[in-house]
Structure formats: structure tokens, C-alpha cells
Design a protein around this ligand. Structure first.
Ligand code: CTP
Ligand code: CA
Length: 229
């Protein structure tokens, strides 16, 4: 309640998040996706709101979730997500990309259900837009550039891969997630992450997704008041 009365450190700040998976349909009844449940992103949304922020979540298909006090924009595909993010990112103070976006989609989407007798010999895939990289490019050099935070879901050389993404996508921070560790990653209620910042800081956080979300935001709060370049 204190936050809603104006006491939180994110009061008056606008936070845009992506969360959940995307679905890339090959016909009206079949798609490529991943096991993301959106829990980490929604925990971050909730934590940001508790700190006073006005939060918008661009959310992939995750089923019924508590949307209490959050503005939720429902999307299905990576392209939908890119469109909704790119139309909003210039107006926010923070953009946090926690979605597990499909990197590929089927080249073609059949207009009708493909019958089992006519199965394709192969499935041609094409790349989807990188929502975070495109958002970063769009706000680069803007006078009021938002703080940009990414996630890195990895199964090996976790910190090295995360550091590469931090640099390539022009981020202020990245949350590295070893999805092979028990109690971390897809679908769990707990997480274990390493937060890396542009300034070379590293902090490991373990706990419930709610605790980790709070920890991530508290760690990153100072970035919002520093001039970002
Ligand atoms: N991301 C995105 N759009 C994509 C792919 C990724 O916005 N099409 C974002 C994710 O939300 C995450 C970050 O980029 O914040 C890193 O995602 P990840 O899948 O770990 O990295 P990729 O850059 O896709 O590289 P790879 O999957 O090859 O490791
Ligand atoms: Ca990826």
C-alpha cells in the first residue's frame, strides 16, 4: 500500500516487461514453443508494481494467471510480441525482457489443418525478430533511453554466453539462468540466477522467484538514476 501511496523507489516509473513463451504456428492446430510458464516475468512485474511502478506485461500464452494490478497485453507469436514492445519501448523507463521467445518459426503457416496423410517431408524454419535487440536498437541514442535488462537461458558456459548477449544486445544488465540446475529455470517456483551488469558487477541470487525478482530490481535500481550511455 505504501508504494501505491507514492513511497516506492519506482513510483512514477514505467516498466515494460515481456514474459512467457511464444507460439509459432505451422497450421491452425500445431505450433513450436517452449516450456516457459511466465512465472519469473510475472514475479518481476509484481515486484516492480510493489515498488510503485506502472507495469505493462507483454505476455505470451501461459494460461490463467493473476493479473492483479498489471496491464497485460496478450500476444501469441514473436512477431506479435515485437510489434507490441516496439510501439511502447520509447515511452518507458525500464524494459525487462524475460520472455522465452521462439528463435524460429515455420516458414509457412498452412491455412487449414494439415492432415496426417499429407505430412511434410521437412519443416522449413525461418528466424523470428529478436524483440530485445530490436528494442535496444530503437532506443539507442534516445535522450531518455530506458534501462534495458535481458535474460539468458543457458545450458552450458552460462556466464560467458550471458556476457556475450549483454554486449551484443546493448543491455545495462542481464540475468543469467542455468536452466539445467534443479530448482532453476522453466516452470519452477524457485530460481538461481547471476545478474551481470554493463559496469562489470556480478551478483548471484537464489530463492523463490518472488524473492529473486525483488533482488534483481533492488540490485538494478541504481542503474535508473545513473546516466546511461
Ligand atoms: N529475446 C528476444 N527475442 C528473441 C530472442 C530472445 O527478445 N527472438 C530476448 C529474451 O527475452 C532474453 C534475451 O533476448 O531476454 C536472450 O534470450 P536467449 O534465448 O537466451 O538468447 P538468444 O539471443 O536468443 O540466443 P540463443 O537462444 O542462441 O542462446
Ligand atoms: Ca533464444
Amino acid at each position: 500500500a505504501a508504494a501505491r501511496l507514492g513511497g516506492g523507489p519506482l513510483t512514477g516509473r514505467r516498466v515494460l516487461l515481456t514474459a512467457g513463451p511464444t507460439r509459432e504456428f505451422l497450421d491452425p492446430v500445431r505450433f513450436i514453443s517452449n516450456p516457459s510458464t511466465g512465472k519469473m516475468g510475472l514475479a518481476l512485474a509484481e515486484a516492480a508494481r510493489a515498488l510503485g511502478a506502472q507495469v505493462t506485461v507483454v505476455l505470451g500464452p501461459v494460461g490463467a494467471v493473476d493479473r492483479n494490478g498489471l496491464e497485460v497485453v496478450d500476444v501469441v507469436s514473436a512477431e506479435d510480441m515485437a510489434r507490441e514492445v516496439l510501439s511502447r519501448v520509447e515511452a518507458v523507463d525500464w524494459f525487462i525482457a524475460s520472455a522465452a521467445v521462439s528463435d524460429w518459426r515455420p516458414e509457412k503457416r498452412a491455412p487449414q489443418k494439415v492432415k496426417k496423410g499429407e505430412e511434410p517431408e521437412s519443416l522449413r524454419l525461418v528466424r523470428t525478430p529478436d524483440v530485445l535487440a530490436e528494442a535496444s536498437r530503437k532506443v539507442a541514442g534516445a535522450p531518455k533511453r530506458p534501462v534495458l535488462v535481458g535474460f539468458a537461458a543457458e545450458t552450458e558456459r552460462v556466464l560467458e554466453h550471458a556476457q556475450g548477449k549483454l554486449e551484443r544486445k546493448g543491455l545495462d544488465a542481464i540475468v543469467a539462468n542455468d536452466v539445467t540446475v534443479p530448482g532453476a529455470g522453466f516452470g519452477t517456483d524457485t530460481n538461481r540466477v547471476s545478474v551481470l551488469t554493463r559496469t562489470g558487477l556480478r551478483q548471484d541470487l537464489t530463492g523463490t522467484k518472488r524473492e529473486v525478482a525483488r533482488g534483481i530490481l533492488e540490485l538494478l535500481l541504481p542503474l535508473a538514476s545513473e546516466p546511461s550511455g
